[in-house]
Design a protein around this ligand. Structure first.
Ligand SMILES: Nc1ncnc2c1ncn2[C@@H]1O[C@H](COP(=O)(O)OP(=O)(O)OP(=O)(O)O)[C@@H](O)[C@H]1O
Length: 259
């Protein structure tokens, strides 16, 4: 079966001449339907840049990115890029910045369900269903983002992403702006949604413990290259690369049998 996402030989550079910075080098990844791939690496290793290539916000200087077999790096028209942005939903790091403060939660989710015929009233039942999926009551629909806590806002951002019924969800550091206790709540929710809805997800984090919690497969990124990839169990239990071993050794309190 064709993977939902297939990345082959992707290079990315920013700037020109002496200011040129090569950020991604020959990235290869495959993400089959219904699986979650954890992309882990230190800050600056290129994880977010790769996510932006997949959603069409950054152009690859070479290589292919295929979504269900279509090379998205060749899309140019606004209509094609708009369609791509619906098929791939990005849940960003900052739930404060990602939700429109002037729209009620219901309007935001209704717009995700149907961008042409928005209107929270028309889609009330579907909105309530989406809110229930992320453990929020139907009354949340009439409220504004500022009335919610950080963890609740992140759940609203997840509900909005899922309302589009995307082929692929990209979660980029979705817990890093949250307090520890709330982080666990959002991670447990993502783990449950992944199980119940069979999500296909690229889960990006610098935090190995977090990646382990939600991923089937793991790719380790270092200085813009994938240095190791495999099932989460293989990468965490028997890491081959010295860099992965170093990352694992730096997880506080980790015992080989406890992660
Ligand atoms: N638009 C840009 N122009 C120039 N350099 C950029 C641009 N975007 C990213 N970079 C550089 O590319 C490198 C990778 O950044 P990226 O944000 O992808 O890393 P990351 O692994 O996601 O880290 P973080 O978790 O801190 O965001 C960094 O050195 C960054 O400074």
């Amino acid at each position: 079966m064709t993977p939902v996402l297939q990345i082959h030989g992707v290079d990315v550079s920013f700037g020109h001449g002496p200011r040129r910075k090569d950020v991604l080098h020959g990235i290869d990844l495959a993400l089959p339907r219904g699986r979650t791939l954890g992309l882990v690496g230190e800050s600056g290793s290129g994880k977010s840049t790769l996510a932006k290539v997949v959603v069409g916000l950054v152009r690859a200087s070479s290589g292919q990115v295929s979504l269900d077999g279509t090379d998205v790096t060749r899309l140019r028209s606004r209509a094609d890029l708009f369609a791509l942005r619906r098929r791939v939903q990005l849940v960003p790091q900052d739930p404060y910045a990602s939700l429109n403060p002037r729209m009620t939660v219901g309007e935001t989710i209704a717009e995700a369900i149907d961008p042409r015929r928005g209107g929270a009233a028309r889609h009330r039942a579907a909105v309530a269903e989406r809110l229930a999926q992320v453990a929020l009551g139907a009354d949340a629909a009439d409220r504004y983002p500022h009335e919610f806590s950080g963890g609740q806002r992140q759940r609203i951002a997840i509900a909005r992403a899922l309302a589009v019924e995307p082929d692929l969800v990209i979660a980029d550091e979705v817990t890093s702006a949250l307090d520890c206790s709330v982080q666990a709540e959002v991670l447990n929710l993502l783990a449950a949604l992944r199980r119940d809805l069979g999500l296909t997800m690229l889960f990006i984090s610098h935090d190995l413990a977090v990646v382990r919690h939600v991923s089937d497969d793991v790719a380790v990124m270092h200085h813009g290259r994938i240095v190791e990839s495999g099932t989460a169990q293989a990468v965490f239990d028997t890491p081959r690369e010295a860099y992965t071993q170093l990352l694992l050794a730096s997880v506080p309190g980790r015992r080989r049998d406890a992660a």
